[in-house]
Ligand binder design. Structure first.
Ligand SMILES: [Zn+2]
Length: 457
């Protein structure tokens, strides 16, 4: 029954999109002037009284309203009192498995994947990198349909995974009997061949897992330095960007010394030291700390089902099941727990110039799009300025993966932006005050999506 409904949903979505594109072509061709808004450009700059001129999905110009010449043919949208930020760029999530009330590989369908792209778009996420758990044939069909304009939502990037045989993502994935696994790299030779093959198939991003948990899975072993060196060296020849899952300071240092420049997770085991910070600075390293994953036991943690920003977008049955399965963190926290929390906050702050946005949503109970705003608030809670958090979630995240067309409101970039009713520089939680989302220069139909999501099957 679920399958049938999803299929009909997909057909409906595709048809709707065709209709919408036809209508919106005239919108796209025309010049639109978003006037009198605060512009937070994403690169650290802010313009208090700014204008954006867009056409054909591209930002033609951005700057102070007074200094931009507006073509007579432009349609003006007065945004007095509003703030525009670039659409967010999320570099770490796992699309396709989440079914809101259910979870597993059987949900990795074109319909569900497409839904996840729209969920991100609803919340103002314009670009999403799904990291290492996608079923490639299904994923590539969706990506192709999106490039053709038949599916909207966040721009979908895939990063195939490589790991020790039987390794890869957490056991929730690997224990699934129908899981398709990762690309195994058992030795340097296989690593070289695998990277070449992924490059031949057109991938510009790939993930490796370097984690002791592989050693705990029966006979599997942690990915050895000579293997990841082969991955990193070969990837460089093909301009392929590797992101490494690694959670200890020793692994981070070893990976940077072998040429790795992107990390999923920051060191969680120990306070970072000056040697490491120096390595990061010298090599321009990017880190996705995925704080949402490690702060669930904190006293300030609010589960999604208690937060209207999430629960307004799912049917009541999903909330009931989340509520039923919720284990509240214990109120009394040990001295060791407090110490670890302080250590993580201190690490984050030292790494702040390297931090980029990623949520791990779709893997361990964090929800698409919603989790991005939780993560932004955690950046600030741990000491980053709101502007730093926005840069981490926009231009720096795009830069880390060479996604040159997104991540800022500068001229020539894609017209992917979020109009907010309040200023996130005053309070980062104002990123939740979404008035409108535009992707590819077109308004996302948030009301329509919301209506669809909140209806019970
Ligand atoms: Zn992950």
């Amino acid at each position: 029954m679920k399958q049938l409904l999803l299929t009909s949903f997909f057909v409906a979505t595709t048809l709707n999109c065709a209709k919408i594109s036809a209508q919106q072509d005239s919108f796209a061709d025309a010049i639109h002037h978003f006037a009198n808004s605060r512009l937070i450009l994403g690169n650290g700059e802010v313009i208090e009284q700014g204008s954006l001129l867009i056409r054909n999905g591209i930002i033609m110009e951005s700057g102070q309203s007074a200094s931009i010449s507006i073509p007579e043919s432009a349609t003006t949208h007065d945004l007095s009192g509003k703030t525009i930020i670039p659409a967010l760029v999320n570099t770490h999530a796992h699309l396709g498995w989440e079914a809101y009330g259910n979870w597993g590989s059987q949900f990795f369908t074109e319909e569900n994947l497409s839904d996840h792209l729209y969920r991100h778009a609803y919340y103002g996420v314009g670009t999403i990198i799904s990291t290492g758990s996608d079923k490639e044939d299904v994923a590539n069909r969706v990506k192709l349909e999106q490039l053709k304009g038949n599916i909207g939502g966040a721009r979908y990037h895939l990063s195939p995974g490589m790991g020790s045989p039987g390794g890869g993502p957490n056991p929730r994935f690997t224990d699934d009997p129908d899981y398709w696994g990762v690309n195994p790299v058992a030795d340097p030779e296989q690593a070289l061949r695998t990277v070449r093959e992924l490059a031949r198939r057109g991938y510009g991003i790939a993930k490796i897992w370097v984690d002791a948990r592989d050693e705990r899975r029966g006979a599997q072993v942690k990915l050895a330095p000579e293997i990841y060196r082969a991955v990193l060296d070969t990837a460089q020849n093909y301009d392929m960007r590797i992101i490494a899952h690694a959670t200890t300071l020793a692994d981070h240092k070893s990976l940077v010394s072998m040429g790795n420049r992107r990390f999923i997770h920051m060191p969680y085991d120990i306070a970072v030291d000056d040697e490491y910070l120096e390595m990061l600075r010298e090599n321009n390293v990017y880190i996705v700390p995925t704080l949402g994953m490690i702060t669930k036991g904190e006293p300030y943690y609010i589960p999604a089902f208690q937060d209207s920003f999430f629960y307004d977008q799912v049917p009541p049955s999903v909330l009931d099941s989340l509520n039923d399965n919720y284990n509240a963190p214990s109120v009394s926290r040990s001295a060791a727990t407090e110490q670890r929390s302080a250590m993580l906050a201190s690490n984050l702050l030292k790494l702040k110039d390297h931090i980029i946005l990623g949520t791990d949503a779709g893997a361990v109970g964090d929800f698409f799009g919603y989790a991005d705003h939780v993560e932004l608030a955690l950046f600030v809670r741990m000491g980053m300025a709101p502007m730093d958090a926005i840069v981490a979630a926009t231009s720096r995240a795009a830069e880390a993966f060479g996604l040159d067309d997104v991540g800022s409101l500068e001229s020539g970039k894609a017209a992917d932006f979020v109009i907010l009713d309040a200023n996130p520089l005053d309070d980062i939680r104002n990123t939740r005050q979404i008035s409108d989302v535009y992707l590819r220069g077109q308004r996302v139909d948030r009301e329509g999506l919301s209506t669809r999501w909140t209806q019970e099957d």
